[in-house]
Design a protein around this ligand. Structure first.
Ligand code: FAQ
Length: 311
C-alpha cells in the first residue's frame, strides 16, 4: 500500500540511503526535486550570459582561454543537471519551455550586469564561491543522480572560483584604476551574492520539508553565514572592502555579524523586475529558436538511421 511504500521511503531517508530514479517516492519529493534541479540547470545556462559577454573582449589570449573554458563548463553543468531532472520523468524540452515562458525560476544573481572585466573576477570569486558553499553539501543530497552530478560540478566550480580570485589578485597588483575597478565590482556583487542563498529561513517555504527529505542539507541562513565567514579573510587578503559597515567579528557567536540584506530587492529580481531579467530571457529564447533547425536535423537523422531515439 501507499502507506507502506511511504514508510519504507522515510526509513531509507532516515538511514541516509540514496533514492534512485526507479525507487518509489512521494509526489511532493519528486515535485520539489524537479523544481530545484530544473532551477539549478536553468541557472547554469542563463549564468553563461553575464561573463560570456566578455569572451570577445578579454584582455589577453590567456584570459580568453580561461574564460572560454569556464563558460563551456557552465553549459556542461546545465546538461548534467537537465539529465538528472529527466530521471524524475520530466523532459528537457519541456523544462526549457517553462524557463523561456517565465514559469520556472533561475538564480537571481544572473539578472545583474557584468560591467567591466573585473566583474569576471568577482563573479568567479563571489558567485562561484557562493555556489560552492551551497553545492558541496548537496553532494550528500538524498536523490542519487543530483548528488552525483554535484560531485563533478563542485570540482569544476573550484577551478572557476580560483581563476576569479587569481584574476583579482593580479588586478590588485596593477594600477590605481585597476584596483578601483575591482572595488567597484565587489561593491555591486556582494549583496546580490548573499541573496543567492535564498530568503531567510523564517520566510523560506521549502526549507523545512527539503531538510526533512535531505534534499537540502543546510538551511539558507546557515549557508549564507558560512559564505560570509569564508569571504571576509579572502577580501582582506585581496585588499578590498566589503560594502557592509555592520560587518564585524562576533566572538560570542564565533561568526561575523553582517548587516540586513535588502529582501525587497531580492523579491523584485525574482519576480522578473531585476536590471537584466528581460534581456536574459529574450536572449535564451532567441538561442532556443535559432537552434530549432539543429534539433530538427538531429531528429531526422536519428529517424533515418533507425534508432528512433532523439536528443
Ligand atoms: N534566485 O523556499 P526557498 C550557479 C526561490 S549557482 C531565484 O528557500 P529552496 C553556478 C525558490 O526557488 C546558482 N529564486 O527555496 C554558476 C522558491 O521559489 P519557488 C544556482 C530563488 O529551493 C556560477 C522561493 O524562492 N544554484 O548557477 C532564489 O528551498 C557562476 C522560496 O525559496 C542552485 O540552484 C534565488 N537566489 O531554496 C553558474 C543551487 N532563492 O521555486 C554561472 C540549488 C530562492 O517555490 C556562473 N538550489 N528562490 O517558486 C538550492 O540550493 C535551493 O533551491 C535554494 C533555494 C537555496 C536556491
Amino acid at each position: 500500500t501507499e502507506a507502506e511504500l511511504d514508510a519504507y521511503f522515510e526509513a531509507r531517508i532516515a538511514g541516509d540511503q540514496r533514492i534512485e530514479p526507479r525507487d518509489w517516492m512521494p509526489e511532493g519529493y519528486r515535485r520539489t526535486l524537479v523544481r530545484q534541479v530544473a532551477q539549478h540547470a536553468h541557472s547554469e545556462i542563463i549564468g553563461m550570459q553575464p561573463e560570456g559577454d566578455w569572451i570577445a573582449s578579454a584582455p589577453s589570449l590567456q584570459r580568453k582561454a580561461i574564460l572560454l573554458a569556464k563558460v563551456q563548463d557552465e553549459a556542461g553543468h546545465g546538461m548534467y543537471l537537465y539529465a538528472a531532472a529527466e530521471t524524475l520523468g520530466v523532459d528537457r524540452a519541456e523544462l526549457t519551455e517553462r524557463l523561456v515562458d517565465g514559469r520556472q525560476k533561475y538564480s537571481s544573481i544572473f539578472n545583474y550586469p557584468a560591467l567591466s572585466f573585473a566583474d569576471v573576477g568577482v563573479i568567479g570569486w563571489l558567485v562561484d564561491g557562493a555556489a560552492i558553499c551551497n553545492q558541496v553539501p548537496l553532494c550528500r543530497s538524498s536523490f542519487g543522480p543530483y548528488a552525483r552530478a554535484m560531485v563533478r560540478i563542485c570540482k569544476e566550480e573550484s577551478f572557476h572560483q580560483r581563476q576569479g580570485y587569481e584574476l583579482l589578485l593580479r588586478m590588485m597588483e596593477g594600477t590605481p584604476r585597476q584596483r578601483a575597478m575591482v572595488q567597484d565590482a565587489v561593491d555591486r556583487w556582494w549583496w546580490p551574492s548573499l541573496m543567492m542563498f535564498g530568503p531567510p529561513d523564517a520566510e523560506s517555504p521549502n526549507t523545512r520539508q527539503s531538510m526533512a527529505w535531505r534534499v537540502k542539507r543546510d538551511t539558507n541562513d546557515d549557508l549564507r553565514q558560512r559564505f560570509v565567514d569564508m569571504s571576509v579573510p579572502q577580501a582582506r587578503r585581496l585588499g578590498v572592502t566589503l560594502p557592509d559597515p555592520d560587518l564585524a567579528w562576533n566572538a560570542e557567536r564565533g561568526h561575523y555579524d553582517f548587516g540586513p540584506v535588502d529582501w525587497a530587492e531580492f523579491k523584485r529580481v525574482i519576480s522578473g523586475d531585476g536590471p537584466c531579467n528581460a534581456e536574459r530571457i529574450a536572449r535564451r529564447r532567441a538561442a532556443h529558436e535559432n537552434g530549432a533547425w539543429v534539433r530538427e536535423a538531429a531528429t531526422a537523422y536519428a529517424t533515418k538511421h533507425g534508432g528512433g531515439r532523439t536528443a
